[in-house]
Design a protein around this ligand. Structure first.
Ligand code: NAP
Length: 454
């Protein structure tokens, strides 16, 4: 079994660093420290916990360049987008600093008792298994509410972002979180089962693929541990004849191309009514031509290589499949190692892998339909359920469709995005549970009934 992890810059294939995996003894030690820390951390006043968020935000701000550079080197994210990710993490600190105390306050409920209320208590140590595509955001989106609620956390990050995983543990330590509150485990898949099985680990949060979700959920089920799953998506982006393309074309293209197309909530199926179809294709093509591919560390770069070569292999297979079933390449489809050119496909249909599977890269297939009903039927015909977006000037009609969207999110004239103030999560094979907002901070909580007669 391999006992080392290597990180590589996907832009030039240069090895960045090599890390030793934690031994069994080291993992046991981390679990013990996390357990001990929980016993004091849960008694720390919530006002003290929220104060630490302020320091955490300051440290993120002071180290923005360092952290952004690290993400860009490890996954090839354009540097300006790495900075935006750190800024989003800071806004998350600000949000829970301002609101956590209210979200976790006892809730008085009138009954026959002298006093009865709900107490929102922490659970213990929570394991997070996280993906590489937003290396700081995904982890902090889990950790900030989870720790602020009084839990301790263990992170198993994706192996290609081990540098970020270590930097995040240091970030919490620098901010003054007690030893053991947040720890990074450098472990392989096999070790994860024993961590989930450990009595101090009360729940698991996984953000990742459907395959990883099934495996982690099975293990969590075996040991009866709670599980939150944030999995893949295949979001539909519906463009109706009356969409205002002058106003929203940048948003629509960004919905697919941001993070070089590697986002769970990206627009992955463009469902376009026939009256606007040709104009839409023309505009999409010219926006793709305006994207700037280069070394992700350069300021002007807007699209870069994918994070790993095997991701480009997958994308190539999906595009080849589409072409073999009648899709037309309007622009793109050039491949070199981890690089996959931004690609626009027309004549796409439901038989293609680009419809059925998640495409994790800058490929935009366009499906032509006659009207809104047909568009909604196509959009809903997916095993995934993260979100749907719809672009139209007829807000009244669009708003009436809320009940027909079986996803975790429905955005009208906006790309599906996460926001600390709003719950985030999916349905169907996109997972279950919610992150962010009040719902997120209450996921790893014992909602305890307290009933007092005097
Ligand atoms: P992945 O291959 O599923 O990996 C995610 C994490 O799970 C990594 O830390 C990985 O570790 C670990 N892992 C995978 N299989 C495991 C197993 N059997 N046991 C224990 N750990 C396991 O996904 P990814 O390629 O990193 O990320 C892309 C996927 O994540 C896409 O499907 C994307 O849509 C989804 N995603 C979803 C959300 C959301 O909020 N819904 C957000 C971002 C990404 P290793 O790196 O060591 O393999």
């Amino acid at each position: 079994m391999k006992n080392k992890i290597q990180t590589t810059n996907p832009y030039n294939n240069k090895v960045l660093e090599e890390y030793n995996l934690h031994s069994e003894k080291e993992v046991a030690n981390c679990l013990e420290i996390a357990t001990n820390c929980f016993n004091t951390w849960k008694h720390t006043a919530i006002s003290k916990r929220t104060l630490l968020l302020n320091t955490l935000g300051d440290i993120l701000n002071e180290n923005k360049e360092k952290y952004s550079r690290l993400m860009t080197l490890e996954i090839g994210k354009p540097i300006t987008q790495s900075r935006a990710e750190i800024e989003k993490c800071i806004s998350l600190c600000d949000f829970y600093e301002a609101n956590a105390e209210e979200f976790l306050a006892d809730e008085m409920i009138e009954t026959e008792a002298e006093e009865s209320f709900i107490s929102y208590d922490p659970l213990g140590t929570i394991l997070a298994v996280m993906p590489w595509n937003y290396p700081f955001w995904q982890v902090l989106r889990f950790a900030i509410p989870t720790l602020t609620a009084g839990n301790t956390a263990l992170l198993k990050h994706a192996s290609n972002v081990t540098g970020c995983a270590i930097a995040i543990q240091e970030l919490f330590e620098k901010a003054g979180y007690p030893k053991g509150c947040f720890q990074t485990l450098l472990v392989n898949h096999e070790t994860i089962e024993s961590v989930i099985a450990h009595e101090s680990v009360k729940a698991v949060s996984l953000t990742g693929s459907e395959k990883a979700g099934k495996s982690i959920a099975q293990t969590a089920g075996k040991y009866l541990k709670k599980c939150v799953l944030e999995l893949g998506g295949n979001n539909a982006c519906i463009i109706l004849d009356d969409a205002d393309l002058d106003k929203y074309m940048d948003t629509i293209v960004n919905a697919r191309m941001q993070n070089s197309g590697q986002s769970c909530i990206a627009a992955k199926r463009f469902i376009v009514t026939e009256g606007i179809h040709n104009d839409f294709v023309k505009r999409f093509k010219s926006k793709i031509e305006a994207l700037h591919y280069d070394n992700p560390i350069n300021e002007a770069t807007t699209i870069a290589t994918l994070a790993r070569e095997d991701l480009a292999d997958d994308l190539q297979r999906q595009v080849d499949d589409a072409i073999s079933k009648g899709a037309e390449v309007i622009i793109g489809n050039t491949r070199n190692k981890s690089y996959f050119e931004a690609t626009l496909l027309t004549n796409a249909n439901q038989e293609m892998a680009v419809f059925k599977e998640e495409t994790f890269g800058p490929v935009a297939p366009i499906f032509k339909v006659r009207n809104l009903d047909e568009a909604l039927e196509l959009a809903g015909n997916s095993k995934f359920g993260l979100g749907t977006m719809l672009f139209s000037e007829d807000i009244e009609t669009a708003s009436k469709k809320v009940i027909d969207i079986n996803d975790g999110a429905f955005f009208i004239n906006e790309l599906v995005k996460s926001d600390p103030r709003l719950p985030f999560g999916g349905t169907k094979t996109s997972g279950y549970g919610r992150e962010l907002s009040q719902e997120g901070i209450r996921e790893f909580i014992n909602t305890k009934t307290v009933y007092i007669n005097k």
